[in-house]
Design a protein around this ligand. Sequence first.
Ligand code: NDP
Ligand code: MG
Length: 400
Amino acid sequence: MRMSSESRQRITILGATGSVGVNTLDVIGRHPDRYELYAITANSNWEMLADQCCTFEPEFAVLVVEDCAQQLENRLLKAGCRTRVLTGKDNLCRVASHEDVDVVMAAIVGGAGLEPTLSSAKAGKKLLLANKESLVMSGSLFMQAVEQAGTKLLPIDSEHNAIYQSLANGAPGHAGGVRKILLTGSGGPLLRHSIEALAEVTPDEACAHPNWKMGRKISVDSASMMNKGLELIEACWLFAVEPKDIEIVIHPQSIVHSMVEYIDGSVVAQLGNPDMRIPIAHGLAWPGRISSGVKGLDFTGLGDMNFEAVDLTRYPCLALCQEVARQPQSCAIALNAANEVAVQHFLDELIPFTDIPIIIEDVLEQTSCEEAHTIESILALDEEAKNRAVEFIRARRPVS
Ligand code: NDP
Ligand code: MG
């Protein structure tokens, strides 16, 4: 096993070219004495990965798409950068579980993140979990792997990170006198949009989140509040609670990132500017603290902070998640798969925004409720649901 000469933590970032990945590199770059990069990965964005390799000089860079890996290799050769280039999905798992790695940031978007994230959980790495879809798809299997390997799992999704901090280091369930979890959500860019006009919303409008700058898939999920629904399911697994123990509250300013109410009436919250570098720095340094580059809150300049109940007629995707959170695993897999397909079709301007919940509902209706105990069965159910969603969309499209 390779020994780190200065006892710096060696990190793999899965999804380094995405919004969370770039924020993670920003925090790591502030602490070269504490962290060094083992590997960074992306799907196809070889140009950004090349720049990151030249700046951070990780040992490995992985690109899933082979042609792009070739481009990256040529660029690195020209630049005199010694990072070795790998390609293919198997190598994502390899750099996520290698014995030389201490910490893994799981920040691939969607179900594509499941296998590499799970492989790092099985390998007992300190795991910083941003990829919520992997937990939604494989909750029980995933948490078992974490327990069996003694993995330290730190939530990076800002709400779950806030809950983790408010629970005194993530103490699960009711053991610590918890009455309920208050999961906050901004309501996204369409909170005040007329419901009748939602069918006309464009991808750019749906992605224009008022407080957070994120990748396009999670931005659409935020506009539909599917994101909050996935977070509800994620929170049930992470904190060993049931959907009824979690109340979703709209908080348009995204300053309170979530709260925990205790049986004595105390409410503990985590507050901060809406900047992912805060939970990332928390996860990296846990149980210590490091600077993240984010300014503290200016309380006197904050203005109003509002809290509202959710109107489920505006957010049918959230209502579907609340139902699915009480069902066996196959339903969460189908919901997540259908949503991924529907969101991609919406981003490609092939379907209106309002078709997203209709597609998911149709796929759910055709899904049998069953548990999924193996990765093979989870991936098969995922593929089946994606195929169904594509078929349903094709059947609905007007013949031109
Ligand atoms: P982005 O879309 O910005 O980035 C996604 C990353 O995953 C990119 O590096 C991309 O590579 C890579 N990727 C995409 N598809 C594949 C694939 N098939 N195989 C391997 N790698 C792939 O996403 P975000 O950073 O916004 O989100 C990442 C995850 O974190 C999501 O699960 C999201 O829900 C979660 N999250 C994000 C937050 C945020 O603030 N952005 C907040 C909380 C959670 P390439 O660039 O080559 O396409
Ligand atoms: Mg979140």
